[in-house]
Design a binder for this molecule. Sequence first.
Ligand code: SAM
Length: 308
Amino acid sequence: MTTLALASLSRRLAVLSLACLTTSAALAQNSSYEPQRGQAGKDVIWIPTPDETVTRMLQMVEVKPNDRVFDLGSGDGKIAIAAAREFGARATGLEYNPDMVGLSNRRAQEAGVADKVQFRQADIFQADFSSATVVTMYLLPELNLRLRPLLFKMTPGTRVVSHSFTMGDWAPDETARAGYGDVYMWHIPANASGSWKLSGAGLPDTSLTLAQRYQVVSGDAIFGELRASLVRPRISGAQISFGLRDPKGQLWQFEGQVAGARITGTATRPGQAGVPFEARRNGEASPIAATTAAAEQEASQIAASLTR
Ligand SMILES: C[S@@+](CC[C@H](N)C(=O)[O-])C[C@H]1O[C@@H](n2cnc3c(N)ncnc32)[C@H](O)[C@@H]1O
């Protein structure tokens, strides 16, 4: 190696060691990092959810050890840590502020749940949280609205819980008031909209037409000349249930699972054993939630009204 090359290498090493020193100094400094309530965040400030509200949120979504919980904007990590410590779940916190990510990792270590919890520095609008079975959040109304189209792409049955803020016109499945804020919970519904051909259950071939907005569903059945509305139709996650009065006037109760273009389940008449049924969708489903563009527009209107 020439003298010139050696000199250049040692200069580069010196720069590298200086960078290492700076990094370890920053790490040492960060290990005593103390967040300030109300400090700025990328899209919303940091305020921690009170302990009793955290517990209530996780109870409402019925967190189990096999759940995969994602807290969007995880702050000091308390929701993800509680999901692991109190409910045995695996949990991930997505947080934009790297100092908060470091703090959360240290708190997970202290709580003895570092094997179950991870925190990632990420922007919640860019990150992939599609593997979640439970999503928790304490953000802002307009941020919830911007997340709504992403939530509707998740597996039906995924549970979502929000501290303090709603999801526009998507009505919650359950609410509570715990601590200083309200809590809202939703199940992501399957999309059962469209035209279906129902068979089995000993019924004549039946056409069903279902309309759906979020988790609210209604519909009609047509048996030849007879048209009858579905009785108390309901969707919760992938589960659908409805009553149907057949041409003989008997009220059947249908309970099934929606899986893409197919519903399978059991139909029961009073006093009789259940029999299997199947329905297949003809054509396409319709959207059951506002489009991304409409949600963005609604979010901007809310943000503007809050700053007025
Ligand atoms: C109100 S705090 C809630 C913290 C925690 N989830 C809780 O309930 O205790 C919101 C957090 O979101 C973080 N945040 C803001 N915008 C974000 C973004 N785009 N991506 C990730 N985190 C964000 C903030 O830094 C803050 O820590």
